[in-house]
Design a protein around this ligand. Sequence first.
Ligand SMILES: NC(=O)c1ccc[n+]([C@@H]2O[C@H](COP(=O)([O-])OP(=O)(O)OC[C@H]3O[C@@H](n4cnc5c(N)ncnc54)[C@H](OP(=O)(O)O)[C@@H]3O)[C@@H](O)[C@H]2O)c1
Length: 342
Amino acid sequence: MGSETSTLPARMRAAQLYEYDGNLHVVELPVPTPADGEVLVRIAAAPINPSDAMFTRGLYGTRRPLPAIPGFEGAGTVVGHGGGAAGRALMGHRVAVAASAGSGTWAEYVTVAASSCFPLLPSLSTEQGAMLVVNPLTAWALVDLARADGHKAVVQTAAAGQLGRMIVRLGQRLSVETLNVVRRPAQVQLLRGLGARHVLSTHEPDFDARLAALCRELSATLAFDAVAGDMSARVLRALPRGGRLVIYGALSEAPCTINPGDLLFGRKRLEGFWLSDLFQASRLPTLLKGAVRVQQWHDPDFISTVRARFPLERAPEALRAYAQDMTDGKVLLVPGDAAVAA
Ligand SMILES: NC(=O)c1ccc[n+]([C@@H]2O[C@H](COP(=O)([O-])OP(=O)(O)OC[C@H]3O[C@@H](n4cnc5c(N)ncnc54)[C@H](OP(=O)(O)O)[C@@H]3O)[C@@H](O)[C@H]2O)c1
């Protein structure tokens, strides 16, 4: 391995799953050795996202062999490589990493393919860089999907989350009106504070009728749903004839209940979106270009609010804290002495 060997310890701390039961165990493991084409990244921060929370319980689209280290993204410094021009070029650089099938980012060190690293511009903090891949690239892809088909307005659910807010801000920049669906009054205020013009909450008794009326008024025939369960049915019902519902999350953890009449007689369509597929389908230069653009527009479009920072030792507590209040912001795992739980 090409590395700063003098500064690398032999062992590291990591949060690990023995079963897909949601229970994290903080353990000591050997620092992994990068294979050919891989780099070793010293992690400075890694967020807990809904996908991670689902992964820990075996509810996500991929699994890693047990015992497994969770964490799909993070940021840090490249401190070693297993060979290859890309790995050598990345040495010493701050990067955001996308960790997929192999090991996760909830550890002091992770090995990832050099092609899964996105160098961070000097203008971006490492902490924000840790949240650069999953949400910003998804917001980018979803708004792009809307624009590619000429949509001037889109419906989105879970709109007060970090990704929802990115879609609101990106929509404002790119002239795609958002019809934002939330579930609490405080979330209505939060989005109005961002300048969102249309915010509807499911706690309001006339929610369904108002959503349908607004979809008609703004000719919104495309919707992004991260909630699933009966939310998918309600949004699909509200869309005008020929509407298209893209499901990209399952926060309710419930199966979608769809009225077949909407598909049969309303000529409406239902599909899924998974960033992982975009990674598979896109060429590396395209992804790198996207990562650079996202960083250039980061402030304010792609900023994530951070609610708390926990040291790795407190990863189980961090996971519980995140689940208790998602809208208030991301919970970060911060290996090393800098960790301060807010
Ligand atoms: N398909 C992909 O490739 C992809 C990529 C990135 C993200 N995603 C998905 O995007 C979604 C949002 O991610 P995020 O990082 O923005 O999450 P986040 O910042 O944690 O926010 C989640 C938001 O959803 C709300 N919420 C949670 N459970 C809900 C429910 N059962 N019904 C209605 N609202 C609910 C939360 O409100 P409360 O505070 O009221 O709980 C919060 O406002 C997640 O489902 C995630 O998996 C998918």
